[in-house]
Design a protein around this ligand. Structure first.
Ligand code: ATP
Ligand code: MG
Length: 344
């Protein structure tokens, strides 16, 4: 009998909070097309996570079609535009698969208050919200992340480096559970891309590019007008130290140029050392022009596919309903194992 080895499983996701950025693209999405050749992939639209920073205005109420909001359909179309193949991989909405919130509660009994308090992302968000009450969900966010991942027998999780600490906690939770109940969970490995895993803000290259940044000049959005992207890159901060204007990767002394080199490398798949060589004798203005061209070309291609796909809502809904069924089929087995072992 033919013994076909099953592929390892890869899990990743993004919150549908606002528009996706060049940071999301370079940190994970640019690799989605290729990664599907190697692994069986689950692409989650993490809308339960998005609730932690949700604006409770109620203004989204009218834009729901068959349980899918405009924001969800936007992000689904963007996932597909970046190369997710629904015939090969599972793409689904987190809140439509109930196993996530159930395992979340169970796992919260296997993680300590002190561990969650040490999460830098929580501490950062805390420092930004002076005088506003903090949701418990923001604190417990990594536990839901553990549930998302551990439900799918996940071997690898592809994330940007800002998520490394959360992922290490997920590994710890899995180990802790397994040490009591036997090998119930696979302890996943963290996949962080060698370049682009932390794209920095264009006007302040000491902080991460983020979709929730108030200064929109810091962020390039994947669905932004191409001319505006071009201008933002032209105006991006290169060096505060003007003593040497050479194009060199040196995060400490040249964070701006290093960030632009990382973006260039992601867009072209050229190694940073090759790019340093290529632009050795170039002025910043020439380098930035070439960079703007490659970024705008890549994003234009994504946008062209996106706008076509986005018109066919019935297709997008079909893809998500199919994904939801598959995600439930997989995750329910793991949840059953956990219920049994805990006598629930
Ligand atoms: P928010 O500011 O609301 O947290 P975000 O841009 O960080 O938004 P997430 O949904 O939290 O988006 O992250 C989705 C994925 O994108 C994660 O794997 C994260 O590590 C990655 N990512 C986010 N920002 C960057 C960045 N600047 N560079 C590289 N990867 C990033
Ligand atoms: Mg984030």
């Amino acid at each position: 009998m033919l013994n076909i080895k099953k592929k390892d499983i890869m899990f990743t996701g993004i919150q549908p909070t606002g528009l996706l950025t060049l940071g999301n693209y370079c940190g994970t999405m640019c690799n989605w097309k290729d990664i599907q050749k190697k692994y069986e992939c689950f692409f989650c639209i993490a809308d339960l996570h998005a609730l932690t920073t949700f604006s409770r205005s109620g203004s989204n109420k009218n834009s729901i079609k068959n349980n899918f909001s405009t924001a969800i359909l936007d992000i689904a179309a963007l996932y597909l535009s970046c190369g997710v193949d629904p015939n090969r991989s599972t793409i689904f909405v987190q809140s439509h698969v109930y196993t996530h919130s159930q395992l979340y509660w169970i796992l919260s009994n296997f993680v300590y208050f002190g561990e969650l308090s040490r999460m830098t992302q929580f501490k950062q968000k805390l420092s930004l919200t002076v005088n506003t009450p903090i949701n418990l969900s923001l604190f417990c966010y990594p536990v839901l992340m553990a549930a998302d991942i551990l439900l799918y027998h996940t071997n690898y999780v592809l994330v940007g480096s800002d998520q490394k600490q959360h992922l290490e906690l997920v590994q710890k939770i899995a180990h802790r559970f397994n040490s009591i109940y036997g090998n119930i969970f696979i302890v996943p490995d963290i996949l962080i891309l060698p370049v682009g895993n932390k794209i920095m803000a264009l006007q302040d290259p000491t902080k991460k590019m983020s979709k929730s940044d108030k200064n929109t000049n810091n962020t390039i959005f994947l669905l932004e007008n191409i001319h505006s992207i071009y201008l933002k890159l032209q105006r991006s901060l290169t060096d505060s130290d003007c003593s040497s204007s050479c194009i060199r990767y040196d995060i400490l002394n040249k964070p701006g140029v290093s960030n632009l080199l990382s973006i260039f490398s992601c867009m072209t798949n050229k190694k940073i050392s090759i790019l340093e060589d290529e632009f050795k004798n170039c002025q910043y203005s020439i380098f930035k022009k070439k960079l703007s061209d490659v970024v705008c070309d890549t994003i234009s291609e994504i946008q062209a596919i996106y706008f076509k796909l986005r018109q066919d809502e019935d297709y997008l809904i079909d893809v998500l309903i199919h994904g939801e069924k598959n995600a439930l089929k997989y995750s329910i087995n793991k949840l059953d194992d956990v219920f049994q072992i805990l006598n629930l």
